[in-house]
Design a protein around this ligand. Structure first.
Ligand SMILES: Cc1cc2nc3c(=O)[nH]c(=O)nc-3n(C[C@H](O)[C@H](O)[C@H](O)COP(=O)(O)O)c2cc1C
Length: 412
C-alpha cells in the first residue's frame, strides 16, 4: 500500500467556495459537449445515465457539456438548450442523476457566436461579421445590434435561473475557446467601436454584464464559475496580459471559481496546450499562467487540460498553482478515475492518449469525436472501447452531424 502523506492526500481535501458551497474533493469532471439532447433540445435519459456514471466515479464537481442559451444559435446538433422552463422535469432528472453520489453539479451555459456550423443555426451572430478561418464549415456571422446584446445577457441569466430551479448547484459561464463571450474579448473578432468594443475595457464589458446578471438570477450562495482562456494562441488575439486584466475585474465580482483553459477552433490549444516550452515541461497545459493568476485574484482556481497522473495533480494542488484539477478526456475512457486517484494518488495514471489521424488540420477534431464516441457508449450503458479507431470516429461523426443538420433543416 502507498503511504499517505499530507501532500498525497491533498486531492481528497474538501474545498469551500466563496459563496459557501462545499466540494467534497479537488477533482472536477470538466465540460464535454455530449450532443445527447433529443430533437427538441431537451435532456434525455442517456444524459441521466452518463452523469449517474460520472457521479459514482468520485469527482467532487461535475460540469455539464455546453448548454445553449438560444435555440436559434447552436454550437453543434443535439445540444441541450435552456431558454425557459419548458424542459424543467427533464432538467430535474439530469440534475438528480449528477448529484446522486454527493458531487456538486453545475451547468455550463454558452452561446456559440460565430462558431456555428454552416446550415446548423437559424441565425449566426457575433460581435462583428468575422467568419471562422478554417474553411467553409462555419457560417458567416452578422454583427449583433446593441438591443440584441442586451437580450443575450438576459438569456444567459434566464438559463442560469432555470438550471438552478431544476436542482443544479449553479452554472459555469463559458467565456473560453472562441465562443461568443470569448469573441467579445478578442481584438481579432471584436471590431466594434461602440460601448462593447474598441479597447480591452469595452471588450470585457459583455462578460462582466453577463456575470452580474447571472449572479442576480441565481442568488448569492449558488456556484458561479467562469471558464476563461489564458490566451487565444493567435497573433493579434486575446493575450495573457488581457486575460489577467479580465481576471482583475472579475476579482471584484462574486465569482466562486475561475477555470483556466486556452485556444479556439482556429487554434485549438485546449487539446494540447499549444507549443510553448512551459507546456512541454509540465504535465498540465496552463499551470504557469495559473501561477500568474494567483497574484491577481483570490477566486479559487480550476486548471483544465493535460492532467494525467495523480502525482502531477497532487503537485499542482499541493504546490498552490491551482485549487482544483479539471479532467475531461480521461473521464470518457475511465469514468471512475477520480475514485482511483483518491485511493492511490501516487500510482494512478489516466490511460488516455491523444488520438490522431495524421492530418494536422483534423487531428484535434478526431480526438474530440473519438472521445465523444466513448461518452455515447457510456450513455448507452456500455463500456468504453479503447480500440475504436480515430478515423472511424471522424467518418461516423461527419455522417451523424450531417444527417442531424439536414433533419433539423427539414424540421424533422
Ligand atoms: C468531446 C469533448 C467535448 C468538449 N466540450 C467542451 C464543452 O462543451 N465546453 C468546454 O468548456 N470545453 C469542452 N471541451 C474541452 C474540455 O473541457 C477540456 O478543456 C479539454 O478537453 C482539455 O482537458 P483534458 O486534457 O482533461 O481533456 C471538450 C473536450 C472534448 C474532448
Amino acid at each position: 500500500m502507498t503511504a499517505t502523506t499530507p501532500d498525497t492526500a491533498v486531492l481528497g481535501t474538501p474545498l469551500t467556495l466563496p459563496g459557501g458551497a462545499v466540494l467534497k474533493n479537488r477533482l472536477v469532471k470538466a465540460a464535454m459537449s455530449e450532443q445527447l439532447a433529443d430533437r427538441a433540445h431537451a435532456p434525455t435519459p442517456q444524459l441521466e445515465r452518463l452523469y449517474g456514471t460520472w457521479a459514482r466515479g468520485g469527482a467532487g464537481l461535475l460540469i455539464t457539456g455546453n448548454v445553449m442559451i438560444d435555440r436559434r444559435s447552436l454550437g453543434e446538433p443535439l445540444n441541450v438548450v435552456v431558454e425557459d422552463e419548458r424542459d424543467l422535469p427533464a432538467l430535474r432528472r439530469w440534475a438528480t442523476a449528477a448529484k446522486a453520489a454527493g458531487a456538486a453539479a453545475i451547468v455550463q451555459i454558452n452561446h456559440p457566436g460565430r462558431q456555428t456550423l454552416a446550415g446548423l443555426s437559424e441565425r449566426a451572430v457575433a460581435p462583428s461579421a468575422v467568419q471562422v478561418d478554417v474553411g467553409p464549415a462555419f457560417a458567416k456571422p452578422r454583427a449583433l445590434t446593441g438591443a440584441e446584446i442586451h437580450e443575450l445577457i438576459a438569456r444567459f441569466a434566464e438559463a442560469a435561473r432555470v438550471s438552478v430551479a431544476a436542482g443544479f448547484d449553479g452554472v459555469e459561464i463559458h467565456a473560453a475557446h472562441g465562443y461568443l463571450i470569448s469573441q467579445f474579448l478578442s481584438p481579432l473578432t471584436n471590431l466594434r467601436a461602440d460601448e462593447w468594443g474598441g479597447d480591452p475595457e469595452r471588450r470585457r464589458r459583455f462578460l462582466l454584464e453577463v456575470t452580474r446578471a447571472v449572479r442576480a438570477a441565481i442568488g448569492p450562495d449558488r456556484i458561479l464559475a467562469i471558464k476563461l482562456n489564458s490566451a487565444d494562441f493567435q497573433r493579434g488575439g486575446f493575450t495573457e496580459e488581457e486575460s489577467l486584466g479580465v481576471i482583475a475585474e472579475l476579482d471584484k465580482e462574486p465569482v466562486d471559481l475561475l477555470e483556466i483553459s486556452g485556444g479556439t477552433y482556429e487554434s485549438p490549444a485546449l487539446y494540447d496546450g499549444g507549443t510553448s516550452e512551459s507546456t512541454r515541461r509540465r504535465e498540465a497545459f496552463f499551470l504557469d499562467f495559473a501561477e500568474r493568476v494567483r497574484s491577481t485574484t483570490t477566486i479559487p482556481l480550476l486548471v483544465t487540460g493535460g492532467f494525467r497522473s495523480g502525482a502531477g495533480m497532487t503537485d499542482a494542488v499541493a504546490g498552490g498553482a491551482t485549487d482544483l484539477v479539471g479532467l475531461a478526456r480521461p473521464l470518457a475512457l475511465q469514468p471512475d478515475l477520480p475514485a482511483a486517484l483518491l485511493r492511490s494518488p501516487g500510482t494512478t495514471r489516466s490511460a488516455f492518449e491523444l488520438k490522431t489521424i495524421g492530418i494536422k488540420k483534423l487531428d484535434s477534431i478526431a480526438d474530440l469525436w473519438w472521445t465523444q464516441h466513448q461518452l455515447h457508449r457510456l450513455a448507452a450503458g456500455k463500456q468504453p472501447d479503447p480500440g475504436y479507431g480515430p478515423r472511424r470516429a471522424v467518418l461516423a461523426a461527419l455522417r451523424r452531424d450531417g444527417t442531424n443538420i439536414l433533419k433539423r433543416r427539414r424540421g424533422a
